[in-house]
Design a protein around this ligand. Structure first.
Ligand code: ZN
Length: 150
């Protein structure tokens, strides 16, 4: 999935990049970055996008937006949802820190890794990551306005 949501694009535009501050960000794991080369019209950029993504599932496109990948549409969608929440939290935390990164509380790396492992590899919800969440989201959409299915 790809989007230009302001919170995520804002993080893609700052030198400090993405910070694993709150539990929401710990659940979705490490991220990668891709430098901005203007609007993508060159198919040759596909190769560098894939290389920059590497073994990660989240790619920040500097000065552009974000991209998530997954084993299924549901896992990519769930990653995007949590990524947008995590970047909103980062934006709020950065504002509360008054622009001073020293005011941010960064958790220990092993704590972050433990949370990621439980959520992504131990089927925390009893199903592969994102599957239950997508069905809830689809029921919510159907209830709100089922016309998208036409
Ligand atoms: Zn784009």
């Amino acid at each position: 999935m790809h989007c230009h949501e302001p919170s995520a694009t804002g993080v893609a535009c700052v030198k400090q990049g993405y910070l694993e501050l709150a539990q929401t960000s710990h659940q979705i794991g490490p991220v990668a970055y891709h430098d901005y080369h203007g609007i993508v019209v060159d198919r040759g950029e596909q190769k560098s996008l894939v290389e920059d993504l590497g073994d990660k599932k989240i790619l920040f496109l500097k000065n552009h937006g974000v991209f998530t990948a997954g084993e299924s549409v549901s896992s990519a969608r769930c990653l995007m949802y949590q990524l947008l929440k995590a970047t909103e939290i980062q934006s709020h935390a950065s504002a509360c820190a008054l622009g001073n990164e020293d005011n941010l509380v960064l958790p220990a790396a092993d704590t972050v890794e433990k949370t990621f492992d439980v959520v992504q590899h131990k089927q925390f919800s009893g199903a592969p990551y994102g599957v239950k969440e997508l069905s809830v989201y689809m029921r919510w959409l159907d209830k709100m306005d089922p016309s998208y299915r036409l």
